[in-house]
Unconditional design. Structure first.
Length: 190
């Protein structure tokens, strides 16, 4: 009995790849490996641009992240611990994020995303507002972070750091996310 094997492709990748399928190798710059060249072209950059580097150098969150990211802490833990420092929370709370690193240990939703959202939640809890107001603040900040992230990168680890890609891809995104989280929580004071 023959089994049918289904390939699941994210909708965005499917829509982006349609010109390749329809036009084949006639698209400018495509060789006989048209789809492979297309996939390589959409890989995440590994190095910061000069503008990104300038923003990272000004960010206390990004500087703090460098102490943890890739130094025994997962991406989610690294994002959360910088928030813990900013909000004067105990460092042992970082264990909350332990199972969220490496895409929830399944290379799924990136720990930089989930750790950043945890930091936003902690910041909402520091607001001197009624619970409903704090929830609205958090909802807006999470939506802003989500929109920013999805304009920068896919959500899943498997799509961010493809086989053969350097860890530098993750570090770059972590530093940029630290800058963004710092911007989003800047209204919350210690």
């Amino acid at each position: 009995m023959n089994k049918t094997i289904l390939y699941r492709m994210p909708r965005r990748d499917f829509l982006i790849s349609m010109p390749v399928v329809v036009l084949g190798n006639r698209l400018a710059g495509f060789t006989s490996n048209g789809l492979e060249a297309f996939q390589a072209a959409k890989r995440q950059p590994e190095a910061l641009t000069p503008a990104e580097l300038a923003a990272v150098e000004k960010s206390a969150f990004a500087k703090d992240l460098k102490n943890y990211f890739g130094e025994g802490y997962s991406c989610a833990e690294s994002m959360l611990i910088i928030g813990l420092h900013y909000l004067d929370k105990p460092e042992e709370l970082v264990w909350i994020a332990n199972g969220f690193g490496r895409g929830m240990l399944h290379r799924d939703v990136c720990g930089i995303v989930t750790g950043g959202i945890m930091t936003l939640g902690l910041a909402a809890g520091q607001l001197k507002k009624e619970r409903k107001e704090a929830q609205e603040w958090n909802k807006q900040k999470v939506q802003d972070y989500w929109a920013w992230w999805t304009s920068q990168s896919p959500l899943r680890c498997t799509e961010i750091r493809k086989e053969g890609t350097s860890f530098e891809v993750c570090l770059r995104l972590g530093l940029l996310a630290a800058v963004k989280i710092e911007e989003l929580v800047s209204s919350v004071r210690k």
